[in-house]
Design a protein around this ligand. Structure first.
Ligand SMILES: NC(=O)CC[C@H](N)C(=O)O
Length: 356
């Protein structure tokens, strides 16, 4: 049986199935990393999306236990050129185990060119070349975050006297938790819908708003409640979390013309002029013109399109980064962001202890 990739632009690609043969639909995005397919496929931020890998060979180093970013793959589907099937655990077997659908043998270069030209492209992986689509999934639905956030709070002990960070889970990658643990922190991961006053009872020294899937505006109803807390408790946001902090404080977000996804995105730190190669996965970004310069400082910018990649509040201890300092996949040039956040947390603790 043949597999077809049918785009809403009218383009049709014929290929072969990998993973679980079934019909899936979603936004078609592309990622440019040369390695790290397992981390990409298990990154919860891809929930609802069909991911095209631009690197032409996938599966060549198998599936490596411990390299997951969550317990299972979350993307709706996978598009690739060639799948290598000789590894101990093959990619196709692994996708099949989790019911994830994929199509191989696709001219991914052409798919990417179409996305770059048309900006937002939706598609279907189907056993027929003319599938009937009743309704496209809505990226601005709460469904995506709801299905990837933890069900109830979980605490991970840290080193004695270490700060307590509450990680608000919108679909957090495991490497974010690991990065905080490496710095000795005690971490409590909480569901995204837990009320901020419940979180405050946990006496966090710092808050971290995680990455996650979908349009950040789906979370608007939850944000105003957080404002008094993020003005008081040092808070950092990563990717979706960064977008949410901007929205909460009156900023706006919008779609990029096409997303930044891959392990090779250059970002400039404006204060030092240093360029980091960063890991990225986002289709939305904070709109610079929506940020009041009296309140916000843009700290990082994408070298390719100049979009906002980092912000810091001038008055409150809030910082956000659009890229992924936890890497996985990709380089750890930006890992020091965690260090800086924890320093701010420690500073605030000292002041509080001193004053209190
Ligand atoms: N990795 C993320 O957190 C992605 C954020 C958001 N879903 C976007 O696409 O922009």
């Amino acid at each position: 049986m043949k597999a077809y990739l049918v785009l809403d632009t009218g383009d049709v690609f014929e290929g072969t199935w990998i993973g679980q043969p079934s019909e899936v639909l979603g936004e078609v995005v592309f990622t440019t990393g040369m390695t790290g397919y397992q981390e990409v496929l298990t990154d919860p931020s891809y929930a609802g999306q069909i991911v095209t890998f631009t690197y032409p060979l996938l599966g060549n180093y198998g599936i490596v236990p411990g390299e997951e970013e969550s317990v299972r793959p979350h993307c709706a589907g996978v598009i690739l050129s060639e799948a290598y099937e000789q590894a101990d655990t093959s990619l196709s077997e692994w996708l099949h185990r989790y019911g994830v659908t994929g199509i191989a043998g696709v001219d991914t270069r052409t798919v990417v060119k179409i996305i770059r030209e048309k900006k937002c492209v939706r598609g279907v992986i189907s056993p027929v070349p003319n599938p009937h689509v009743e309704e496209w999934p809505d990226p601005c639905s709460l469904h995506w975050v709801s299905q990837v956030s933890v069900a109830k709070p979980v605490t991970y002990d840290g080193e004695p006297f270490s700060p307590h960070i509450v990680l608000v889970d919108f679909g957090a990658k495991a490497s974010i938790l690991r990065s905080l643990q490496e710095l000795g922190c005690r971490v409590t991961v909480v569901p995204f819908h837990l009320s901020p006053s419940e979180v405050a009872k946990m006496e966090p020294d710092g808050l971290l708003f995680s990455n996650g899937p979908g349009d950040p505006k789906a979370l608007l109803p939850y944000l105003s409640e957080w404002v008094p807390f993020i003005q008081r408790i040092p808070t950092m946001g990563i990717c979706l979390g960064h977008q949410l902090l901007a929205l909460a404080m009156g900023g706006d977000t919008g779609r990029l013309s096409f997303g930044h996804r891959g392990s090779n995105h250059p970002v400039k730190e404006l204060e030092t002029g240093r360029v980091w190669i960063t890991s990225q996965n986002h289709g939305y970004a904070v709109r610079e013109e929506s940020l009041d310069p009296a309140q916000w400082r843009v700290t990082h910018r994408h070298i390719h399109d100049g979009s906002v990649e980092g912000i810091a509040h001038r008055q409150y201890p809030i910082l956000g980064v659009q890229f992924h300092p936890e890497a996985h996949p990709g380089p750890s040039d930006a890992a020091e962001i965690f260090q800086r956040f924890i320093e701010t947390v420690q500073q605030k603790r000292k002041v509080t202890i001193h004053v209190g």
